[in-house]
Design a protein around this ligand. Structure first.
Ligand code: FMN
Length: 214
């Protein structure tokens, strides 16, 4: 398990790539079995030139992948609370929402979908979402068992997120890990990477953004 970050390491990690030429992707991961694709998704994203990636994980999501196999910084709820000791300390969820140009939640499980739809913010990821700069893109990739997907509340909650301006990367049909077959599987990694690439600044925009500070 990766050690919790101290204040110095958080500050330096966040300021490492503060030039306007880097597009910063914050990848949220929740407790769906599809979280096992996290190392693959991160490695595919890192192939895109000019991109920086950080991960924010829920505690349940960590059951599905080995944090040591993720080649970028992974922030946990523990980090949020360990870095805040006194009044002047930075608040991690605010630092990360400032840092990120784009937030993608892949996979978004039924639990966190429900929390986001109703404004609940009881962990690092949902606090970032609650504090999100609505002018920046937020993409979400639902992933759940077919029976969960078919429950009428799912469509309502997905519509609520779309109403906020968040972009759904739809789930797909396939044989799920639990043995059920049907809709509810997370979109393919390649589909998610392609969707994120749509938001990368075009070369001309990059030049304009060189002096920007985030
Ligand atoms: C083996 C296993 C697989 C799971 N897969 C999913 C899933 O694909 N989608 C989902 O919505 N919930 C799934 N769950 C349930 C979530 O992990 C559970 O709702 C959890 O509280 C989510 O917490 P989080 O949203 O904070 O990550 C699974 C649970 C287990 C034990």
């Amino acid at each position: 398990m990766q050690p919790a970050c101290d204040l110095t390491s958080v500050s330096s990690a966040l300021s490492l790539s503060s030039t306007g030429s880097t597009f910063r992707v914050l990848l949220g991961v929740t407790g769906s079995v599809a979280a096992l694709k996290l190392p693959l998704l991160v490695s595919q994203l890192l192939k895109i030139p000019g991109i920086d990636v950080r991960v924010v994980t829920t505690d349940h999501a960590t059951h599905f992948y080995d944090i040591g196999e993720v080649p970028v910084r992974v922030y946990t709820d523990k980090d949020e609370w360990e870095m805040y000791k006194t009044r002047s300390d930075p608040v991690l969820h605010i630092e990360l929402r400032r840092w990120a140009d784009l937030l993608v939640i892949a996979p978004l499980d039924a639990n966190t979908l429900g929390k986001i739809a109703s404004g609940i913010c009881d962990n690092l990821l949902t606090c970032i979402v609650r504090a999100w700069d609505m002018s920046r893109p937020l993409l979400f990739c639902p992933a759940m068992n077919t029976a969960m997907w078919q429950h009428p509340i799912t469509a309502q909650q997905v519509a609520t997120l779309q109403g906020f301006g968040y972009v759904e990367i739809p789930c797909i049909s396939k044989k799920l890990v639990c043995g059920d077959e049907g809709k509810g599987a997370m979109a393919e990694v390649s589909t998610i990477v392609d969707a994120i690439q749509q938001y990368l600044p075009k070369p001309a925009e990059k030049i304009t953004a060189q002096g920007d500070e985030h």
